[in-house]
Design a protein around this ligand. Structure first.
Ligand SMILES: [Zn+2]
Length: 157
């Protein structure tokens, strides 16, 4: 028998949260593990306006959540708004995407593993999370820490 599980949209913070949401909704884990090919997660973030970008001094708790070392604080930027960006503080939005391809190890964790085990297996399978991408953009000064934080997954919703 061949079958494909087609999923249009599940509201969740990231691909793995979407997977877990399906199990909460009553989709059998064994069925998910055998039928699932992959999950794409996507999110939109507002990039800093370069004309009014200035040093960003987020509260330390944000840095902790995003695993940004305090020594890298000087790389962070935020934009307050100016005539170039119509006071929006942003030069526009960009999409972030993550692709979780289901390999055999991941299949096993989906069948029986904890959320932690599933995340670990996905990481080993090469999932570059939206959180990682947002943090990289923040460290490049392209994204405020507040905006990165808004996009990210921290365990629980
Ligand atoms: Zn501006």
């Amino acid at each position: 028998m061949t079958g494909h599980l087609v999923m249009s949209t599940v509201h969740a913070t990231d691909a793995i949260s979407a997977l877990l949401r399906l199990t909460e909704l009553g989709v059998n884990r064994a069925v998910l593990a055998s039928a699932l090919i992959g999950i794409v997660g996507q999110g939109l973030v507002r990039l800093n306006c370069p004309a009014c970008a200035e040093p960003d001094f987020p509260r330390p708790i944000y840095l902790q959540h995003l695993s940004i070392q305090e020594s890298r604080q000087s790389q962070l930027r935020q934009s307050r708004g100016c005539s170039h960006c119509n006071s929006s503080g942003s030069r526009g939005r960009v999409g972030l995407y993550e692709l979780m391809e289901v390999n055999s190890r991941l299949r096993n964790s989906i069948r029986t593993g904890s959320e932690f085990e599933i995340r670990e297996a996905a990481d080993k399978a090469g999932l570059v999370s939206m959180t990682r991408q947002a943090v990289d953009l923040a460290l490049a000064g392209e994204l405020s820490v507040r905006e990165a934080y808004r996009t990210c997954y921290f365990g629980g919703e």
